[in-house]
Design a protein around this ligand. Structure first.
Ligand code: DLZ
Length: 158
């Protein structure tokens, strides 16, 4: 699976536009902060790698993933942002909180994307445990932040 994810990322990279003229909003949930910081670094480095200028990457935080849609709406409604990348980590616990959060966030983000006609990327790692999250934040299964940035740049090529 790790190599499949890597190949998908490389495949998309070949098709990516030069992002030097584009402006990005990064929204990072502070819940599970050590992991979301790693996602953020992956996304930021990927945007830079594809030509985005540091001054055109605007980073904001929200308390938890549940707040990502409203954060995305704040940024997507701005004329100065072309794409929004939302990063969070939701880990399953004893209750069904993860289900409620994940469904609300997924629906909320696609609604914002379609409302503002802009890429609003779902860069949320949803796992059964902490190790699975670490594996997807720079570990053996890559970095969801990198994939989210690739998706945002890809969608800006339309
Ligand atoms: C409350 C909560 C719980 C239990 N778990 C997570 C989580 O795993 N990941 C995450 O990003 N946020 C979590 N939160 C916080 C909610 O997203 C939200 O910030 C609060 O419910 C306040 O609205």
């Amino acid at each position: 699976m790790a190599s499949a994810l890597k190949n998908l990322s490389e495949y998309n990279s070949d098709k990516l536009i030069d992002a030097s003229g584009k402006r990005f909003g990064l929204i990072v949930a502070e819940w599970n902060k050590e992991i979301t910081d790693a996602l953020c670094k992956g996304a930021y480095d990927t945007l830079i790698k594809h030509g985005a200028l540091p001054q055109n990457i605007h980073r904001n935080t929200v308390p938890g993933s549940y707040e990502l849609p409203l954060g995305a709406q704040f940024l997507a409604s701005s004329q100065e942002i072309d794409a929004v990348i939302c990063l969070g980590v939701v880990i399953k616990g004893d209750t069904k909180h993860d289900d409620y959060i994940n469904h609300a966030v997924a629906k909320g983000l696609i609604d914002v994307s379609l409302k503002f006609n802009k890429p609003v990327v779902f860069g949320v790692v949803t796992t059964n445990d902490l190790q699975q999250a670490l594996d997807r934040a720079g570990g053996k299964h890559g970095n969801k932040g990198v994939e989210a940035a690739v998706a945002a740049i890809h969608m800006l090529s339309f």
